[in-house]
Design a protein around this ligand. Structure first.
Ligand code: GLA
Length: 726
């Protein structure tokens, strides 16, 4: 790669669009241009670092080259550049959280960076290479500006530059990037989601305190209690307006996002895999490439930030973004572990009559799996429940016109399994500690190659032997006893295990191109762009209560598109919460994403089955708009009596509005609610309500709003409105 280029590189193309990367060699200024934003940094060779200048609305390179860097005042206590560096390391005059912290064999840590070169390695891909002045470590900062959209991608590569026989370098913090935010006068606000099993994705917006706010997971998987993304604004952004910066990390194992707010007022986000106790040992000649972190700036509020991210995930991450996800049936809430050929056949026949397109047999079909205490690891059909194997069931499901899906939890073993009896050393454990059982199971150590290979072999067998079209890939417990000591390779498994899961998924997909996969981890315990790149949909929560789900969906769609969000209609009262909710409301909630049915159809009345078939047909009609359209969250759950969302297709031809009123109450029913002001419609076009025939112009629907349909009296009222351009 060339040294620092001598001139300004990057010229507008014939359409006049500014180049994605421009480098001004005289000042070291680099401008990354997206259609609506620009990101400016400066390579400061005197200071031996890369400084952040601007991230927001576009500005010309000539100006960018002159803009000052926001350094702190100079005294013997200040880290002048804390919060301003593109990739702060531990060392020298730096006192804020580092993106990179290492330990060399002599026990020392501080790094002394030097800049090697700055290059546009290929169109839209900037590489800034650095190395330590005296120690054998080099690192490259990678920036990718995709050809469309405002989302930037960053990652870092580390290289041990020593000779064979040299000591390894321990990477203690090895973040993908630091995303510094530009200076703004008002106090910053942080948006993120938090939660727990069955209560994932609760959106939280709080002023950002001065100091370090850390989100993350030490669990070996992404986790239910936080998701690897944050949004920041100056406290004034709303759903459809205001500046928002959103950063997400593709981390399927342990991770940490540190949102820093220095006393000098700088705000930045350091995002990376790993947490405390997950050091990586880098041997001479070896490289480590971090996960990708993607981020954007928008002036269009939280809603636009979400839509831009959905577009990014659909355009650059999801494997089959143009497919429509099928309506599925899942057996878990109906038959639990007691699946048999007969009860699944009975359910499959009813499901097919409803219009279901994919029939998924959940837990209980394999090994000696009569409850959660046995069978994980033994991936052959349960002998008593499926004496003829699964093939007759799969064939009948196919004959009924549906795809055949199976639940698997390939990264686990029960003590009571043939696998554990023959390979007790394959589970995460420490020689002098008891292996903690959670849900009566242990985690297989996929960071060991032979274990990951075995998992891949089993999955191959399962898919091939049972004519499987779809896998629900589950993961039902966090890591424990996952230390490095006593392990064959002396490595902490957290990051390596997650990478191995990715590799197994990649191989499986490559070998079975027809196979579609749903990612699940006791609900939403492992949802991130790393998994979304390898799966087709995700199960956001084991909580199927149609009211609770509104909040889960609200948090989920902040970053992930509705087209990957599986939601089932289950029985009422809900088995988890005991809440009684009418079928209509349950369907409307599940139709907000990828519709599934999870109730015990054997117990549904004829009327319920008829109604359900109508809802399935209606869903198939609106599905392209819901799964592939642009989402506008009109009214957030819990903020007023109504919750409402709008989907509009990319051509603004069709629009779907869903509105829910979970609780009636006098105040909610006394006066009609204000109209719902819609977004993204063509103001000059007219739109017809496909059910009532009423017509409105796009302008009216935006300015005055859509009158809320009569929801009647009583709790759990809901409606779906379909508008089509006349
Ligand atoms: C997890 C999943 C559920 C179900 C059970 C089966 O909890 O999230 O949907 O598959 O496992 O044991």
């Amino acid at each position: 790669m060339a040294e620092h280029p001598a001139t300004v590189t990057g010229r507008p193309d014939r359409t006049g669009t500014p180049p994605r990367v421009r480098i001004d060699a005289d000042t070291g200024t680099v401008v990354l241009n997206t259609p609506r934003t620009c990101y400016v940094l400066r390579v400061d060779r005197a200071a031996h670092t890369v400084l952040h200048v601007h991230w927001g609305a576009p500005l010309p390179l000539d100006d960018a080259a002159l803009l000052p860097v926001w350094a702190d005042h100079d005294d013997s206590f200040s880290g002048r550049l804390d919060g301003v560096e593109e990739y702060p390391v531990d060392g020298g005059r730096r006192f804020a959280a580092p993106a990179l912290e290492v330990r060399f064999a002599d026990g020392s840590s501080p790094l002394e960076p030097r800049v090697d070169h700055v290059t546009e390695a290929e169109p839209g891909h900037l590489v800034i290479a650095l190395h330590d002045r005296t120690r054998p470590l080099a690192w490259e900062l990678h920036y990718r500006v995709p050809p469309d959209g405002d989302v930037l991608e960053r990652w870092t590569e580390f290289l041990h530059t020593g000779r064979p026989g040299d000591d390894p370098v321990l990477l203690i913090r090895y973040a993908s990037a630091h995303w510094p935010l530009p200076q703004r006068p008002a106090g910053p606000r942080l948006s993120s989601v938090h939660g727990a099993w069955a209560a994932e994705n609760r959106l939280r917006r709080t002023p950002l305190p001065v100091g370090e706010t850390v989100l993350g997971s030490r669990r070996g998987h992404t986790g239910h209690d936080a998701a690897p993304w944050v949004a920041l604004d100056d406290g004034s952004a709303g759903e459809e307006s205001g500046e928002v910066w959103l950063a997400a990390l593709a981390a399927s194992g342990s991770w940490r996002i540190t949102v820093q707010h220095t006393a000098a007022g700088r705000v930045g986000v350091i995002a990376g895999e790993g947490h405390e106790g997950t050091e990586l040992s880098l041997a001479p000649g070896r490289r480590h490439t971090t996960a990708v972190t993607a981020a954007l700036h928008t002036s269009g509020g939280f809603g636009e930030a979400s839509r831009a991210f959905h577009t990014h995930l659909r355009g650059r991450v999801l494997p089959h973004p143009d497919e429509l996800r099928p309506v599925l049936y899942n057996s878990w809430e109906a038959t639990s572990f007691s699946v048999t050929e007969d009860n699944q056949l009975a359910l499959a026949r009813k499901a097919a009559e409803l219009g279901v397109e994919l029939f998924v047999v959940d837990d209980g079909w394999f090994g000696a799996r009569d409850d959660d205490g046995a069978g994980l690891g033994d991936w052959t059909p349960h002998r008593q429940r499926f004496p003829r194997g699964l093939r007759p069931l799969a064939d009948e499901v196919h004959r009924l016109g549906m795809g055949f899906g199976l639940w698997v939890e390939p990264e686990m073993a029960n003590r009571d399994s043939e696998l554990f009896r023959t390979r007790p050393d394959w589970v995460l454990h420490l020689p002098d500690r008891d292996a903690t059982e959670l849900r009566r199971q242990l985690v297989l150590d996929l960071s060991r190659e032979e274990v990951a290979d075995w998992v891949l072999d089993r999955l191959r067998d399962i898919v091939r032997e049972n004519a499987v079209d779809f896998l629900k890939w589950d993961f039902n417990r966090s890591f424990t006893e996952a230390g490095a000591r006593g392990r064959p390779d002396g490595r902490y498994p957290h990051v390596h295990h997650a990478r191995a899961v990715h590799r197994v998924l990649d191989r499986l997909r490559a070998e079975f191109p027809h196979l579609r996969i749903e990612s699940c981890a006791g609900g939403g315990g492992r949802i991130d762009a790393g998994m979304l790149a390898r799966t087709d949909q995700v199960w956001p929560s084991d909580n199927t209560d149609a009211v609770d789900r509104l909040a889960v969906h609200h948090g989920f769609t902040q970053v992930c598109p509705p087209g990957v969000m599986t939601a089932w209609v289950t029985d009422s009262p809900n088995p988890l919460t005991g809440r009684t909710v009418p079928l209509r409301f349950r369907f409307h909630t599940a139709m907000a994403g990828v519709l599934g049915i999870g109730g015990d159809l054997a117990r549904w009345t004829g009327t319920a089955l008829e109604e359900a078939a109508e809802f399935v047909a209606l869903y198939k009609d609106v599905r392209p708009v819901v799964q592939h359209g642009r989402l506008h969250r009109l009214l957030a759950p819990g903020e007023g009596p109504l919750t409402a969302v709008q989907y509009v297709d990319r051509a603004a031809e069709r629009c779907v509005v869903l509105v829910w009123r979970p609780a009636a109450g006098f105040a909610a029913c006394r006066t009609p609610p204000p109209p719902l002001r819609l977004h993204g419609l063509d103001p000059d076009a007219r739109y017809r309500d496909e059910d009532t025939g009423a017509q409105w112009s796009g302008a009216t629907l935006g300015a005055f709003g859509l009158p809320v349909p009569d929801l009647g009296a009583g709790d759990h009222a809901s409606a779906l409105v379909r508008l089509r351009r006349v």
